[in-house]
Design a protein around this ligand. Structure first.
Ligand SMILES: [Fe+2]
Length: 340
């Protein structure tokens, strides 16, 4: 067969290209993950911030009373990895990834063990962590008025690795990209299934009858009541409004803001229990506030229902492990990577 010199040249080029492709190293998934993306909003480019989100880790249930095969596999994998935290989800896949921040959105463990774990995660992944209290942090019967400052002090002793937030904000700088992180437990307004006084009273009674919060948590030297939760919710909600307004007036409307709460800000976060007897103790309906405040994202936990939705332009997302050996999938849980 005879080819013209031009076609010969083309065939040689194609063969050469295929050879290069054949011997080229496989694309490295880690180096691909290391790229930090940018996004354009309102005519400006922003560096994306990569955050590893987890909540409701519930390390207090490890080791479990009745371990499953899945838990044994998890435990062996943790033990096989030098420096890995003894409890919690397997974090080995996160190592080597580009992560700017880890967020632990409450119900990590009882009391200050929650901060100990956040510090272990921070050391293992070599990244700073933000932690806040869920309701279970208070299950050690330590008075909430004492526990919150103790958690803050414990975080302060980690040499900057862990920041604890309760009605507080912290500002990070990632290669010149500022991110304000606002955190609080939030609790609830009990109004998600009806905002009439009778609806709220009923929701509070249901919570008092049905939740361990009102048996195991102590405040002011007595059992924590739904009225206490409502008062804390209103305080946090007023603080969020004030703090977001302050940041936006100082940094302008393009200020990058992440809100982290333990309790949920949208009714849908209750999943199949939406509208149920106890659902008002798990979520409030803050969709109007979210649309008005317009943070970049809102992370939450508490409902043991991992969730990702948009409220207007705001991403509302959770990544909740739940109880190992009791809830399906908990042993295989991996934190969710969120880019904002
Ligand atoms: Fe919770």
């Amino acid at each position: 067969m005879f080819y013209s010199p031009r076609i010969c040249c083309l065939l040689r080029w194609v063969a050469c290209f295929r050879l290069v492709e054949l011997f080229a190293p496989e694309k490295n998934p880690v180096s691909q993950q290391l790229a930090i993306n940018n996004r354009k909003s309102e005519g400006k480019w922003h560096r994306m911030v990569r955050i590893s989100l987890m909540s409701d880790i519930h390390n207090e249930f490890e080791p479990p009373r009745q371990p499953t095969a899945g838990w044994f596999a998890l435990n062996n994998a943790r033990k096989a990895t030098k420096g890995h935290p003894e409890k919690g989800p397997l974090l080995t896949d996160l190592r080597g990834q580009a992560i700017d921040l880890v967020v632990l959105a409450g119900d990590i463990d009882i009391g200050s063990k929650s901060i100990v774990y956040a510090d272990q995660v921070s050391r293992f992944l070599n990244v700073r962590a933000v932690s806040l209290a869920g309701n279970h942090e208070g299950y050690g019967r330590r008075d909430l008025n004492l526990l919150i400052p103790e958690l803050r002090a414990a975080a302060a002793s980690t040499e900057g690795r862990v920041t604890f937030l309760e009605n507080e904000s912290v500002t990070f700088d990632f290669d010149g990209q500022r991110l304000h992180v606002l955190g609080c437990t939030l609790w609830t307004d009990y109004a998600v299934n009806g905002a009439e006084p009778g609806d709220i009273e009923r929701a509070m009674r249901n919570a008092e009858d049905g939740l361990n919060d009102h048996r195991l948590i102590v405040q002011d030297g007595r059992v924590f009541t739904p009225q206490d939760a409502l008062a804390r919710h209103l305080e946090s909600r007023a603080w969020l409004a004030m703090e977001i307004a302050r940041i936006q007036s100082e940094d302008g409307p393009e200020a990058r803001i992440l809100v982290v709460t333990h309790h949920a800000p949208v009714p849908e976060a209750n999943g199949e229990f939406m509208g149920g007897k106890l659902s008002a103790a798990y979520a409030s309906d803050l969709r109007q506030e979210i649309a008005h405040w317009r943070p970049d994202a809102w992370f939450f936990g508490h409902t043991h229902y991992s969730f990702d939705m948009m409220v207007g332009p705001v991403r509302v997302v959770s990544a909740q492990r739940g109880y190992v050996c009791r809830e399906p999938g908990a042993e295989d849980f991996v934190p969710r990577m969120v880019e904002i």
